[in-house]
Design a protein around this ligand. Structure first.
Ligand SMILES: Cc1cc2nc3c(=O)[nH]c(=O)nc-3n(C[C@H](O)[C@H](O)[C@H](O)COP(=O)(O)OP(=O)(O)OC[C@H]3O[C@@H](n4cnc5c(N)ncnc54)[C@H](O)[C@@H]3O)c2cc1C
Length: 392
């Protein structure tokens, strides 16, 4: 049993892991963050909370995590406005099949008709919407607030967190991990090292000869002022226009692109990617938004930014031992879904550390093995949506 753990990466995932390990009684937990807590993908998260996934174990993780948002509420900026997926004709069957799969997992979700959709979202254009599903307990929250909350919980239970402390390399002896060496040259001994460094995990693992096939995929967002106050409309995943939108304050909307058709073209470097959305892209997103919500009286784009998803070949994470090195775990590759499942991810890592396996039958640890890429056994949606890529 591990007694001294180092978690590399002070994003939401690393902090959720530190929280889960300390909650289970491991007091010697040290989180090492090269810059500031939540300064990576976590700080850019749209914070959408939903259980709608085509991979059952990911849907189950989101569902297990939901009570955390409900309990923490305001503390993590949770707004339980509901979550709806809207699809065109070509995706009616996958939506039906996914919704049935979600219901079999106990998820509170149902298909709704266009009258119900209109009642939920009075300004929505529904002429091209063939079907929709609705999760009344979905919504959105703030990833930074959840990360910092988990940092506080972990600290209160004995964990230490060091910021501005880059890890240079992971140290091993024979087939065992022995700790990490910091960029400063300092050595920190540990018998458990968990790499939760998002896109940057690949470099640390490559030094040990472990291939971690991750890419940074740039994703753009705009903030739109609708020109009218709108309270409590649900988050919309629009699989017709391939974008998502949620409230961002009274009358403001955060709009994210979910058209991943040309995703290889958007591979970036997570340290140097452009944070600015081009005029042409802004126009394209704004046009799609105006099509969906033609009734916004005086819309304007107030600002824009971009983030990067850490994407493995099947757009799903690895949460597993890495290579043949005893005491080494990797937990990265969460693409655009690491926020809503972060509580369950921490719990799964604690299961792996303390039990050697998942204690939740709906979340088999084998789904998240690293070897699946070399074996070509991708973790893919059971009922993929036409045109919507791997995000669902
Ligand atoms: C634009 C965008 C929108 C998103 N929207 C949603 C959403 O609506 N819902 C959802 O569920 N998810 C969403 N996500 C995904 C979610 O935010 C991420 O999956 C999650 O926050 C990733 O957390 P992480 O801790 O794995 O990675 P990160 O937050 O990137 O943390 C990794 C940390 O490791 C540190 N690090 C790297 N190398 C080292 C080193 N050598 N030594 C020490 N530290 C190191 C980095 O500095 C960084 O802080 C979104 C992501 C983006 C980018």
């Amino acid at each position: 049993m591990a007694s001294r753990a180092v978690v590399i990466g002070g994003g939401l995932i690393g902090l959720s892991i530190a929280r889960a390990l300390t909650e289970r009684g491991l007091s010697e937990v040290l989180v090492l963050e090269r810059q500031v807590l939540a300064g990576g993908g976590t700080g850019k998260s749209s914070g959408i909370v939903r259980s709608h996934y085509g991979v059952p174990s990911i849907a189950a993780m989101a569902w297990r995590s939901l009570p955390v948002f409900e309990e923490l509420g305001e503390e993590v900026g949770f707004r339980q406005v509901g979550y709806t997926v809207i699809v065109g004709e070509e995706n009616v069957e996958p939506l039906k099949a996914n919704t049935a799969m979600h219901q079999s997992l106990g998820i509170d979700v149902d298909l709704i008709d266009n009258d119900q959709l209109e009642a939920l979202w009075p300004m929505m254009e529904i002429g091209d919407v063939a079907s929709a599903s609705y999760e009344p307990r979905g919504g959105f929250a703030d990833a930074t607030q959840l990360a910092l909350h988990y940092g506080q919980v972990a600290r209160a239970k004995g964990a230490r967190i060091r910021q501005s402390t880059p890890v240079a390399r992971i140290l091993t002896k024979g087939e065992k991990v022995t700790g990490v060496e910091l960029a400063s040259g300092e050595v920190v001994e540990a018998d458990l090292v968990i790499v939760a460094a998002g896109w940057w995990s690949a470099k640390l693992l490559a030094d040990l000869g472990i291939d971690f096939p991750i890419e940074a995929y740039r994703s753009e967002l705009i903030i739109v002022d609708a020109g009218v106050p709108l309270a409590n409309v649900p988050v919309v995943s629009d699989l017709v226009s391939l974008q998502y939108c949620r409230l961002e304050g009274a009358g403001q909307f955060l709009v994210g692109n979910s058209d991943h058709a040309d995703f290889e073209k958007k591979y970036a470097d997570a340290d140097t990617y452009s944070n600015v959305v081009s005029e042409a892209s802004i126009m394209r997103y704004a046009e799609k938004l105006m099509h969906r919500f033609p009734g916004f009286p005086d819309p304007s784009v107030t600002h824009n930014y971009a983030g990067v998803y850490d994407v493995l070949p099947d757009w799903n994470p690895v949460i597993a031992p890495a290579g043949q090195v005893e005491g080494l775990l990797v937990c990265a590759g969460f693409a655009g879904h690491g926020f809503k499942i972060a509580p369950a991810v921490g719990d799964l890592v604690a299961d792996l550390v303390f039990e050697g396996e998942s204690t939740d039958p709906d979340i088999p640890a084998s789904d998240f093995r690293l070897e699946r890429f070399a074996e070509g056994k991708f973790l893919s949606s059971l009922h993929p949506y036409v045109g919507a890529g791997e995000m669902r």
